[in-house]
Design a protein around this ligand. Structure first.
Ligand SMILES: *[C@@H]1O[C@H](CO)[C@@H](O)[C@H](O)[C@H]1NC(C)=O
Ligand SMILES: *[C@@H]1O[C@H](CO)[C@@H](O)[C@H](O)[C@H]1NC(C)=O
Ligand SMILES: *[C@@H]1O[C@H](CO)[C@@H](O)[C@H](O)[C@H]1NC(C)=O
Length: 331
């Protein structure tokens, strides 16, 4: 009874929470390119795809050691996908030249946003990660009155099968499909019967009407534009549910993808998140006589590692299987 009461209170605070305020984000557009500079995709010239609806692929990302490798890997998936606009929203209060250059080089149309989590949420546990970023992307779409194309939320650490993109591109309202490696069952997705979604399989229900992963659905922008109060509240665990509630979704409208939800086209891979180390290296090795100065400079810019003369575990520099003292390299 006690638990039931708590549960009821919890659910009733879901929708009237102060966290559901309307979209009015302090986003910064760092850079963008609407030009597709890729010549060929999947062995066809870019022009072969001109009629396809655009996929707006929204990637929330945040500074950490794994950020640049994750985005590099994701970019190399997206390079194969025609008619895609990549919205990269970084959880940082300013733009970053390195990320700007990197995104520019791929030739994929993109918009790079700086959309930091509001400071009042920074110390909450769990923090609503990625929400400010997705809200910023929703606002960007809204401000451009984009009513053609398909929206998809694709985190930087997932694995995407290229067939996913052909499937979601045809979304009329909201499409859904299973996501692999989610929580306890290692899968989350719709239950389909006779080609219709009738229920959901997900190990964490918690009162959610739409217990799906962020990567498990796509939304048509013409459909979404009918709901001016589209929202994604700062409510950890309930982002998908409340977003889908804000666009008036009904279960009979859901379009199952991935061969009636029998295939996995996206995986919630996740990478181990480790602290970026400080490596102790004598400053004599960090000048321009060696590569190490430039190498560690670039690692620092990417947030991967930094070198210090005085802190951290001393780096072993070896030759022929033996660590050598500094004097060996300087002589
Ligand atoms: C949006 O936010 C700005 C500053 O954060 C504030 O001045 C403005 O009143 C807000 N607008 C709405 C409609 O809430
Ligand atoms: C979007 O539509 C609104 C209202 O019709 C209009 O005021 C605004 O200028 C449009 N914005 C763009 C970028 O077309
Ligand atoms: C999904 O199932 C329905 C009903 O059994 C069937 O008509 C439809 O062809 C199936 N779709 C796919 C893509 O297999």
């Amino acid at each position: 009874m006690y638990y039931l009461l708590i549960f009821v209170c919890f659910v009733s605070t879901l929708l009237d929470s102060t966290n559901t305020h309307a979209l009015n984000e302090s986003l910064m557009i760092c850079s963008e390119s609407h030009e597709d500079r890729r010549l060929f995709m999947q062995d066809k010239p870019r022009s072969a795809y001109a009629q396809l609806p655009v996929i707006y692929f929204v990637t929330p990302t945040y500074p950490r050691r794994e950020q640049i490798p994750e985005l590099t890997r994701l970019a190399h998936t997206l390079l194969h996908v025609p008619r895609l606009h990549w919205l990269v929203a970084n959880d940082r209060d300013r733009c970053d030249k390195f990320l700007d250059n990197m995104l520019n080089k791929f030739g994929i149309p993109f918009t790079y946003l700086a959309s930091p989590m509001p400071s009042k949420f920074r110390n909450t546990k769990p923090a609503p990660r990625g929400v400010a970023n997705r809200r910023a992307a929703l606002q960007w779409l809204h401000q451009r009155n984009l009513t053609a194309g398909v929206l998809y939320f694709g985190d930087d650490d997932n694995t995407y099968d290229l067939r996913l993109f052909s499937e979601i591109r045809q979304t009329q309202r909201v499409s859904m499909f299973p996501v692999g490696l989610i929580a306890e069952y290692a899968v989350s997705g719709p239950v389909v019967r006779n080609g219709k979604v009738v229920a959901f399989l997900d190990s964490w229900v918690a009162g959610r009407r739409w217990p799906v992963d962020m990567a498990g659905f796509a939304v048509n922008l013409a459909y979404m534009s009918q709901y001016p109060n589209v929202n994604m509240p700062f409510k950890p665990g309930y982002e998908e549910d409340l977003f889908l509630r804000s666009i008036g979704l009904r279960i009979d409208q859901i379009e199952p993808k991935g061969n009636n939800c029998t295939e996995i086209l996206v995986w919630h891979t996740q990478t181990k998140n480790k602290k970026s180390p400080t490596v102790r290296i004598d400053s004599a090795l960090l000048n321009d006589r060696f590569n190490l100065g430039a190498l560690f400079h670039s690692l620092k810019v990417m947030g991967v590692a930094s070198a210090s003369d005085t802190e951290g575990p001393r780096a072993v520099i070896s030759k022929n299987g033996k660590g050598k003292p500094l004097s060996y390299f300087l002589s």
